[in-house]
Design a protein around this ligand. Sequence first.
Ligand code: DX5
Ligand code: ZN
Length: 223
Amino acid sequence: MNPITISASILSANWANFADQIHIAEEGGLDWIHVDVMDGSFVPNISMGPFILKTCRQITNLPLDVHLMIEKPERHIEAFAEAGADRLGIHIESGPNVYRTLQEIRALGCSPTIVLNPGTPAQSISSVLELIDMVLVMTVNPGFSGQKFIPETMGKVEEISRMLKERNSNAIIQVDGGISQDTLPQAYKAGARCFVSATSLFKYTDGIAAGIQALRTAADQIK
Ligand code: DX5
Ligand code: ZN
């Protein structure tokens, strides 16, 4: 058994049946709900804000794993904490106040995550490692679901894995973008233990519960 944490990105959910889908995923053993917040500026797309997060909180007790792809995230973290975020992730590329914002996320009672784009080196997060519980390595360019996994990001997952060990950190590595039963093994071997997926869960041919099971089986088959 190779236990993993699965966080379902609701970006690909069918919004006409949103609550039903979340309940099916919950019964199928989903661990976390991943909420992708996009402002049309930090990334080209616009998605959802605290209002949707609040709706998620009403629908499920699963941990809400919030990924902020926005400029000036410090302006909005309180609203997301109040709306029910359990984990709040900000990008290292989001501005000059990342250290302070991570401290504030912790002070708001949320678990801080630092996120890196595919083009951002591992060393860029070195000075914030003591502040975080999770590192999210983007395995696609942020902005859209349904993109192709970038295998070149795996070297960075390995490097961050080494950095965390050297610091005796218990922080876990999450990967996000193009994760499927085919790509998960590479990311697992590189050191990732938490997997975000939209397409291979909400659009899985045999349904969300089967999609969750397929990812767990892929992890368990790794020797
Ligand atoms: C991309 C988002 C991802 C996205 C993943 O910017 O952060 O969470 O929804 O979608 P898939 O799993 O389809 O690549
Ligand atoms: Zn995401």
